[in-house]
Design a protein around this ligand. Structure first.
Ligand code: WTA
Length: 636
């Protein structure tokens, strides 16, 4: 592959020749057995398709209308209906045999384990619902969650929803400043955290980060702290309460709020093209429909599976496919707190064997990191339980795809390369297990989704030509608005191509109609699958006392997909030293969090700009990658 992090047509066409056909056995047992037929019938009438999917859920009151388009682009699904996402993920299973199934399996890097059946989880969540209600949390309030990948994170999320409060989970790798910004925007009243989290043998002191963040957030009245590591922490007696004390003596029964289908369920902040993150809002009804239908069809769930999504609950992948998806489907979700290669590079494969994991859903960056250790490590493990593999977060390069297929899936597990976004809530372009696969393609849109690749005027581009990825219809789990900023919602997603949702990605289609996603068109970076805006990184740089201006681009990285290169203008008389580079790197890491991986810093005298003064990152990038600056088309 050429060293831009976008795919070139020639590579795509070469890869698109080879097709991996699913086995007859796999097709026979699958929820969907005919890929093309299913797509065709759903495309004819997507609303009917989604209505049929909605019937799998428990509604307190049925809908009057499937899709209401009267206030475009503020689309509404299943209007008039009453439902609760948490009720569907938890309470309804208590009335069936599912109640005795394991809902959550948990392990951490040190080998500690815990498990909860659906019934036990139900009791735990109810205690928390009662505790939150006693603490004054009501329908419509916001609760922030800054937690490790532990069962209490799921409990807190579900408890909020049962009350009808919105959760705002913030990835526990974000810095105090980033956490404070998100808490402030949501005006959250309570914050959940833990004394610490494990990563690579180290304890990350979450509580100190929280203390620094909350200093700046007047809205937070209480901080609930899970004792995860038993290390000494500072405790503010007026404000902080241990989780176990918070739920002590609370009843194990609690009423579930009957929400309108369109009532917001949660807000999840994600990076965009400005320095301010966007609070993506999802709702109770449609989100449940989209997530349940996709998890069951894409990963072929029948009810007894052990599902392992290696994301973090702080990202949309964690929301939809660690917590809500598996629980809506009544299967077992595995939560692992730690890294996949400690103490040895086969930790991940060992966990799969230990828990007899059926579905592994992970990111290309992890696959590439495992490739570096060598195929011997997965080869030592037969992993007979594995049935389906998944990939998400960034384009998977064909080499990584083939390695994953051969050495992890032993050439018998299909790979579901799922393209989607925080905003879409669910898998959007993805194969199904019965689909013929091509290494590196996300295949076709999920049934009920109509996508295309178009030019800037909305005209479909010819086969094999790059263009903007758009979604032409609406889907139930789509973003409803940006919290506190409906104008930005319209501008970001509905103003580029008339009548269509603008995804912000570039893609090709091949002659079979398969989509090949290339990457972002905008100034959003994907570092190890994590979404970070260049503007956020630039604004972090300019907060440093030595910096006047910063321009930031993503450059290709063999493992992380993309990493940051920064071009910095220093204040006059500041010496451009290597030590200063180190200091600036640490400063950004401190300001944003460790996801902002800066590979290189170049000190420059000026930055290329448009007449209106905007930094032309494309020019910086073309120069960096050795492309002619006049022709920046390859960088679209
Ligand atoms: C990228 C993650 C190629 C894409 C679920 C998208 C992908 C952004 C894929 C959303 C994939 C996600 N192939 N690119 N299978 N999945 N992306 O909001 O650029 O963190 O726009 O959601 O990730 O990132 P987000």
């Amino acid at each position: 592959m050429k060293q831009t992090n976008k795919r070139e047509l020639t590579d795509v066409l070469a890869c698109s020749q080879k097709v991996y056909k699913p086995s007859k056995k796999l097709i026979k047992q699958a929820n969907v057995q005919d890929y093309e037929k299913t797509l065709k019938s759903a495309t004819k009438n997507p609303e009917k398709f989604w209505e049929e999917a909605a019937r799998e859920l428990k509604w307190f009151k049925p809908w009057d209308k499937i899709l209401d388009k009267s206030k475009k682009p503020f689309f509404k699904w299943f209007t008039g209906a009453k439902i609760n996402l948490a009720y569907n993920a938890l309470d309804r299973h208590i009335e069936t045999e599912t109640k005795d199934k394991i809902a959550i399996l948990w392990e951490d890097e040190t080998g500690r384990t815990r498990e909860y059946t659906y019934l036990q989880l139900y009791y735990e969540v109810n205690k928390l619902v009662n505790a939150l209600r006693d603490a004054g949390i009501k329908k419509g309030d916001r609760v922030a969650i800054y937690m490790p990948n532990i069962p209490e994170t799921a409990m807190a999320m579900l408890a909020c929803l049962k009350i009808g409060a919105m959760h705002s989970v913030v990835y526990a790798g974000y810095s105090a400043g980033a956490l404070a910004e998100r808490i402030k925007d949501a005006r959250a009243k309570i914050l959940f955290t833990a004394d610490g989290s494990f990563r690579r043998g180290k304890i990350i002191d979450l509580k100190t980060i929280v203390d620094n963040a909350v200093k700046k957030c007047k809205s937070i009245k209480k901080v609930v702290v899970v004792k995860n590591n038993k290390q000494a922490i500072k405790f503010n007696k007026k404000r902080d309460v241990w989780y176990h004390d918070f739920v002590k003596g609370k009843s194990t029964e609690a009423k579930c709020a009957k929400m309108n289908s369109e009532d917001p369920a949660f807000v999840l902040y994600t990076s965009g093209t400005t320095s301010k993150p966007k609070g993506v809002v999802h709702v109770h009804g449609g989100y449940a429909v989209g997530v349940l239908r996709t998890i069951k069809w894409v990963f072929d769930l029948h009810g007894d599976e052990i599902f392992w999504c290696t994301a973090d609950p702080g990202w949309i992948t964690g929301h939809s496919y660690i917590i809500y998806g598996p629980l809506l489907a009544g299967v077992t979700t595995l939560m692992y707190e730690g890294v996949p290669d400690m103490p040895k590079p086969d930790k991940i494969w060992k966990i799969i064997e230990k828990y007899k994991v059926n579905v592994l859903y992970t990111a290309p960056t992890l696959i590439r990191a495992m490739m570096r250790y060598g195929k011997e490590w997965p080869q030592k493990h037969k992993m007979p339980s594995l049935k389906i593999l998944g990939s998400v977060g960034e384009p998977i390069n064909p080499e990584a795809w083939e390695w994953y297929y051969k050495y992890v899936g032993k050439s018998r597990c299909p790979i579901m390369d799922t393209w989607w976004q925080t905003e879409t809530g669910m898998n959007m372009i993805t194969p199904l297990p019965c689909a013929p696969l091509k290494a590196g393609s996300a295949c076709k849109p999920f049934p009920g989704i109509i996508a295309d690749v178009v030019d800037k005027n909305g005209k479909p581009v010819p086969v094999g030509k790059g263009g903007y990825l758009i979604i032409k219809n609406q889907w139930p789990s789509m973003i409803r608005t940006i919290f506190n900023n409906p104008k930005r919602y319209i501008k970001t997603y509905w103003s580029q191509i008339k009548g269509a949702y603008f995804a912000g990605d570039v893609a090709f289609k091949d002659k079979d109609g398969y989509f090949w996603i290339q990457g972002r068109t905008d100034d959003v970076l994907k570092i190890a699958g994590h979404r970070i805006g260049t503007a956020e990184v630039e604004s972090a740089f300019v907060k440093h006392k030595t910096v006047v201006e910063a321009g930031v681009i993503g450059v290709p990285d063999a493992i992380k997909g993309e990493v940051i290169k920064a071009f910095i203008i220093l204040k006059q008389k500041i010496k451009p030293t290597d030590l200063l580079k180190q200091k600036l790197k640490m400063h950004v890491r401190h300001t944003l969090g460790p996801m902002a991986v800066i590979k290189d810093i170049a000190f420059v005298d000026k930055l290329p700009k448009t007449r209106s003064g905007k930094i032309m990152r494309r020019v910086l990038k073309a120069k960096e990658l050795g492309l002619p600056t006049g022709d920046t088309s390859a960088l679209v």
